[in-house]
Design a protein around this ligand. Sequence first.
Ligand SMILES: Nc1nc2c(ncn2[C@@H]2O[C@H](COP(=O)(O)OP(=O)(O)O)[C@@H](O)[C@H]2O)c(=O)[nH]1
Ligand SMILES: [Mg+2]
Length: 202
Amino acid sequence: MNLILFGGFLGSGKTSLILSLAHFIVESDVQAKAKLVIIENEVGEIGIDDKVLKSDGYSVKELFAGCICCQLTSDLITTLNEINETIKPEWVIIETTGLAYPSKILGNLNKYGKGIDSIRTVAVVDSERFEELTAITPVLIENQISQGDIILVNKIDLVSEEELKHLEEHVVKLNEKAIVYKVSANNKVNDSIWKEVMKTCE
Ligand SMILES: Nc1nc2c(ncn2[C@@H]2O[C@H](COP(=O)(O)OP(=O)(O)O)[C@@H](O)[C@H]2O)c(=O)[nH]1
Ligand SMILES: [Mg+2]
């Protein structure tokens, strides 16, 4: 199983981007049908309707009773190990809550997860609210960004070129190793970005 962990504040666009990636995975490879599981840990503005998605070859598991980086750590591990034994998907996308520390989740997955071939972390940045959120919860936002293999600076349709340039500089300062893409989940996300996200990590 290859895991793709999506982090980022509530409302930053995680579900919108996950739906786009999910469609890309299913459409790009016929074999991938029924090989993708999405684990939802957050009730958001946009939901992932299991019934609609099932007909497309996805399946969705919901863990809504707490945060998978704290109270629900063992639920996440149990769910993943169960998925590994029953569905054996090629891809698992995990949407974390906006308050999750990806570093904690990664630590637990590495320690207790079974059948995991690779893990990639995607940090979604809400370009409209980034400065505001960083001022309110700097440690959390910085952890989410510093743990990203890929950073998707989302909602670029809502900010000016100048704001975006400033924001990008800030993001790169927090994580120099990550690949940074500017996207808008409201428009089509370039396939090359999803190809990069799906590259298995070493
Ligand atoms: N204008 C604009 N709105 C967006 C974009 N991405 C997401 N949204 C909206 O932001 C809200 C929250 O998106 P959602 O995917 O539920 O975020 P999540 O809470 O991180 O999963 C929804 O109303 C989306 O339609 C974007 O790129 N541009
Ligand atoms: Mg969501």
